[in-house]
Design a protein around this ligand. Sequence first.
Ligand code: 9MR
Length: 747
Amino acid sequence: MKRRRTALLTLTALLGAVLTALPAAPALADEVEQLKNGTFDTTTEPWWSSPNVTAGLSDGQLCAQVPGGTANRWDASVGQNDLTLVAGESYRFSFRANGTPEGHVVRAIVGLSAAPYDTWFEVSPQLSVSGDVYSYTFTAPVDTTQGQVAFQAGGSADPWRLCVDDVSLLGGVPPEVYEPDTGPRVRVNQVAYLPSGPKNATLVTDATTRVPWRLRDAAGTTVAHGWTRPRGTDVSSGQNVHSIDFGGYRGRGQGLTLVADGETSRPFDIGAAAYERLRLDSLKYYYMQRSGIAIRDDLRPGYGRAAGHLDAAPNKGDSDVPCQPGVCNYTLDVTGGWYDAGDHGKYVVNGGITTWELLSTYERSLLARTGHPGRLGDGTLDLPESGNKVPDILDEARWELEFLLKMQVPDGQPLAGMAHHKIHDEQWTGLPLLPADDPQRRELHPPSTQATLNLAATAAQAARLYRPYDKAFAARALTAARKAWTAALAHPELYASESDGVGGGTYADGDATDEFYWAAAELYLTTGERQFADHVRHSPLHTADLFGGLGFDWGRTATAGRLDLATVPNALPGRDAVRRSVVKGADRYLATLDAQPYGMPYAPPGNLYDWGSNAQVLNNAVVLATAYDLTGAAKYRDGAVQSMDYLLGRNALNMSYVTGYGEAAAHNQHSRWYAHELDPSLPAPPPGTVAGGPNSGIQDPYAQARLQGCVGQFCYIDDIQSWATNETAINWNAALARMASFVADQG
Ligand code: 9MR
């Protein structure tokens, strides 16, 4: 485009003048353009376009006539291949773009030009007719000579015209400096404190001696005051902090604020209502993760969608799924279940721990002194099954249980009774992509010991919990659990491969001792049989300390068994020691929580926050909550309740990690269908969705470009592209549901 080029030349001339007058800036010397012909002065070579797109020169720009009626963004594209990118080097990707008619979205990406088409950077601006200039910096995660820049314009019902100009990919630029907006320095639970519960906050300050604080009601009247407690440098954030304890205040109210050091916190309530809502929202999430069923818009306004992975094109469907080549000679109907996370995969290991945590949320409501089964009863979750006289939480968990049962290798086949580790797409897909639009072939992956024991554990647990509602299902579940247990004993070391991670996550785990312990515990609790009690008592994990810095999760499942042995009535010899071990673990987490100025029961070794750290914080809180259920001692209840403050805003980023809860809350979780950030016509994640949270590994390129060198709590970014820090996942929401339900019960 002529006019723009003149402007650009003028800027270069100016810069040149400045540069001759000043010592040369070294960063600029290395900046190298990677694209050929991004200005389209006389030709569009060497840019390509997909066959359904007519592209050509128009007014010094590249313009593309995009057909209507395609499903995905990448179904209609223009781009340039054969780019060389260097791992760790930062690039400025800039372009000018316009779209007619107004408001169409283009997905601009830098990625791999060949399968599996990894995307290293993407943006999806909504274009105007007059056009805008877009400019971004990202850091390449790999070395490649097969890089690609592409503008993907498909997915529109109607045809439209896309024009781009001044497309540039400049290498050797300084990496982007990312400064999170952390708002006021007084950090509170932005949702609610319980009237009779602990009330703590954290102040980020340079002050080294105590400063006064005031608690104000919504009208601005001071209702309590006191002094902060200086805590020095907080390891988890690297900040100098004070803590504030305003637990002496027991009034109720809405819109309170805490003022200290000249800063006013975000508003919060004192009351239990929000936790009653969160208990249900965090559970209502599962219906929207369901595969194989249309989501009814009347039940989830704004979230209705077509059924995913039944057999309607372009889905290949989950009703007749073959194995990966060479793995088996049969196909299985594995329809149903929940999508794991932001992807369309379904994994037995993660499905297992998730189902366990939902079922134990229900089981706790039956057994604990503060449990209220009615709050999880029939009609509470607005499900298609509501009204069937079965508690809704059991209806929801059954959707997954039926899928887990389908993943068992049929009789007569090699490895009969084992469970396939997972089923997912042959290749990774991009975002956004509604489940019903996924065109990939689906494959069963080899059975694993861990998947088999996840099936055994949850099916055994289901057998005791569904018996009052559906005897036949309970019996079927127990038969499958026994069969899985026997098969796992016969194949105790069949592990999923670390390298089987194309098209879905690996969920690889090199140790099944914990799954054996957990499955034996559940089988024992349901049947009371000696063989299972013996396995439990002889497991090295029975007396091991399970309550370390990291919380339990899909790969560390022994705690699930230990907690249930402690809480579900049983006659295991030595059961008192089991109960004491949980209380001892809780003492450890209380000590951690007290030592942390942000008050969470989580201090991972080396301050290295793990993938899904938010769920680990929550699961450590579950240990505290269980110690309260076992002992009735208020300190454990208060510790469990206080742990929620961290999730809901009392943290270094001053944000709630739960959508719809708190004034500044995460809302861009990585998901192929709650992809509002990429496509305004899609919904954002539903209320009550927890983000994975700070992850020191920052495995995704988006986080890598912005969070290099991040300290603990700062290893998080609320962007849909950060799948390592900001995904939604069924196991993480289960930990949230478990804790929301506990806290609501304390109100
Ligand atoms: O939560 C999982 C984390 O613990 C693993 O380290 C990681 C890599 O295997 O995978 C995470 O789980 C993802 C899964 O593999 C695929 N679906 C999305 C899950 C959440 O990110």
